[in-house]
Design a protein around this ligand. Structure first.
Ligand SMILES: [Zn+2]
Length: 56
């Protein structure tokens, strides 16, 4: 398997997995960090407006 294929697969997996290891359902912040529902709630639970977009 070419190395580029492996990197591409890794990015697909990474892009749908939250930092906690959970399944990411939301993109949070301008740089679209993947978050699961629980971590998305933590991210938006402050006084600063946070950009959230549902994945899919
Ligand atoms: Zn999470």
């Amino acid at each position: 398997m070419p190395v580029t294929d492996i990197i591409e697969r890794f990015e697909v997996i990474f892009s749908t997995t939250c930092g906690c290891g959970g399944f990411a359902e939301y993109e949070v912040y301008e740089d679209k960090q993947p978050h699961c529902k629980a971590c998305m709630h933590d991210a938006v639970d402050n006084d600063i407006p946070v950009l959230v977009r549902k994945i899919g």
